[in-house]
Design a binder for this molecule. Structure first.
Ligand code: TXA
Ligand code: MG
Length: 343
């Protein structure tokens, strides 16, 4: 474990960065903070290194990894074509929580990174620790979220430790991440770009820069086959069953009462504004409706906290499905395994 203060100058020369960078060069895997969630990084050019990521996470090998870079030169080494709309997005949102899918150059990355696809997802994270670690290593860094596959993504070094201690070469602890949900994934290989995963940069923000984009059909309908392989897997689920409720507080309370009447211990996930409205065994809140960014920032910590409780059933409120709310609702639907009860 390397503890880093992300606010100090010239991070690149600190041993807390040079030591993990050295591990990356030796094809070891290291967890590190980004502005979204902690990533599990390894040398994207090495089969041996990338294999270790899949093994530590227990991740299916057909789910490709995002490549993290610290400079535009690194992008030019990897992407075969850089479309105009991608350039505009990079200018506006990099470094930041936006992953752009490009056609890849052959023979630059390990094929394991892209799971056999001809495209590669690339992003430049907006976090001083991530950027200095990547540039100190001098490598493109493949990094999925640093959780055990299926669990909520980690927003603290403690979450990473809970999942992966003993399975990786180390953790760089830069404190809690800020955004709290993963990057938005957008495919810019088509003339009209397609959002594969809603995330830290909203659709509205993207459209204000490049005009209309579409969304992968699988994001809205549960039947269509997703184009982004990761979207088909169960994710973010607490151990106890979680059901997403579309209805008002009285409707949700009635469902709590029904579960308690048959002897179940019930937890509610609710907006800060509503915690007083419920009578349940536990009421947990990720953040406030007045600022949905706080909900995104606290969401995974709340989902993980349910596993510390002796809870039988979890009922979650819905959140407004616009802006950062699109990413929040996308993750809650997945945490619920698509179990939704509407009023
Ligand atoms: O915020 C984030 O993006 C975090 C931090 C660590 O950077 N990373 C992250 O990685 O969330 P991961 O592996 O958990 O999610 C990557 C997503 C998956 O849904 C994957 O299917 C998709 O990106 N993806 C990656 N490469 C792709 C490609 N070439 N085509 C389509 N989807 C791709
Ligand atoms: Mg993930």
């Amino acid at each position: 474990l390397w503890l880093v203060d992300k606010n100090v100058d010239n991070l690149k020369s600190y041993p807390q960065i040079t030591q993990p960078a050295d591990k990356l060069q030796k094809n070891e895997v290291i967890a590190f903070p980004t502005e979204t969630v902690y990533g599990l990084g390894a040398n994207a050019q090495s089969d041996e290194a990338v294999q270790k990521i899949f093994k530590a996470k227990g991740r299916p090998s057909d789910n490709p990894l995002i490549v993290h870079i610290a400079s535009i030169e690194q992008l030019q080494d990897i992407a075969a074509v850089i479309p105009e709309k991608a350039k505009e997005l990079m200018n506006h949102f990099w470094p930041g929580p936006l992953t752009i899918i490009f056609e890849k150059k052959p023979n630059v990355l390990s094929d394991l990174v892209t799971a056999g696809l001809q495209t590669v997802g690339i992003r430049m994270p907006d976090h001083p620790v991530a950027l200095s670690l990547i540039s100190a290593s001098g490598l493109p860094i493949a990094a999925p979220s640093a959780n055990t596959s299926g669990k909520p993504s980690p927003t603290t070094a403690g979450h990473v430790h809970d999942d992966l201690n003993g399975k990786i070469a180390g953790i760089v602890d830069g404190g809690p991440t800020g955004v709290g949900v993963e990057s938005t994934v957008i495919d810019c290989t088509e003339n009209i770009p397609v959002i594969f995963r809603p995330g830290g940069i909203t659709r509205e923000e993207i459209e204000s820069v490049i005009g209309p984009v579409t969304q992968d059909a699988a994001l809205k309908q549960t039947s269509a086959a997703p184009k982004s392989p990761g979207m088909k897997y169960t994710h973010y689920a607490p151990k106890a069953p979680l059901v997403l409720i579309k209805g008002d507080q009285a409707f949700l309370q009635q469902l709590v009462n029904e579960k308690r009447a048959v002897g179940m211990k019930v937890a509610v996930l609710a907006a800060k504004e509503h915690v007083q409205a419920y009578d349940a065994d536990w009421i947990m809140s990720p953040g406030s409706l007045a600022d949905l960014k706080t909900v995104a920032a606290g969401l995974y910590d709340t989902l993980r906290a349910f596993d510390e409780l002796d809870v039988d059933f979890i009922l979650s409120e819905s959140f407004p499905d616009a802006g950062i709310g699109e990413a929040i609702m996308n993750r809650l639907v997945k945490a619920a395994g698509h179990q939704i009860i509407s009023e």
